[in-house]
Design a protein around this ligand. Sequence first.
Ligand SMILES: C[S@@+](CC[C@H](N)C(=O)[O-])C[C@H]1O[C@@H](n2cnc3c(N)ncnc32)[C@H](O)[C@@H]1O
Length: 245
Amino acid sequence: MEQGPDADAQLPVGVAPVAPPAASQIFGDRFGLAERYVAHLADTGVSHGLLGPREAPRLWSRHVLNCAVVTELIGQDQLVADVGSGAGLPGLAMAIRRPDLQVVLIEPLLRRVTWLQRVVDDLELSNVVIERGRAEQLWDAIGPVDVVTSRAVSALDNLATWSAPLLRPGGVMLPMRGSSAAADVEQSEKVLAAVGVTGADVVECGAQWLDEPTTVVRLTVGRPQRLSKSGAASKKSKRSRRARL
Ligand SMILES: C[S@@+](CC[C@H](N)C(=O)[O-])C[C@H]1O[C@@H](n2cnc3c(N)ncnc32)[C@H](O)[C@@H]1O
């Protein structure tokens, strides 16, 4: 079978791919910032190992645009935590597109945190802060936030267990998932209920711009619950529930 022209293509490190026309429509007057972000990804993002070299030609389509369109699901002026940001995906792409959002990038690895801070400083993004740590270690340090996003961090049940306690009551988790999104929700049903999820649906974003729209699971969390390692509601959750009664 003949392969597409870019199937094995790589760009020399430091050379950013050309932006597709949709990029300027998606980012509007923030397009210049998005271009600078892509330049960082293509350069030190690749040379420092945050992204594989094969990702360079598709930095726009598969990464930055795919992530930026998730903001379609986020209301004005919301506080967002992005769990496991890595090279800032989706958190930085969202913060660039939507300066009204306040975005907290959560990332445990020092090397990634250092890289993220350099990019945020260079782009002078005043709506981004970076917290080093695992999401489940930061429940009392961050938030409560309106929305938690994530991409490629863990299985949905782990992710929900780590993310839900960062949310305010009625907040929303938006994990980006692939074609298995609906099956993931079904398989994680018990854990989702235990962390307080009261509504789940699978939605697509960016269909008007992207050949492959982004699939996101939208999970509304009525009263966020902390689970212990065994999966039971923790003493702290039980205590705070009693205090509210
Ligand atoms: C495969 S990378 C994905 C990075 C980025 N979200 C993306 O899509 O390119 C997974 C990231 O999640 C981070 N991570 C793993 N467990 C985590 C946890 N419990 N809390 C926060 N981040 C975590 C890792 O350090 C890593 O940077």
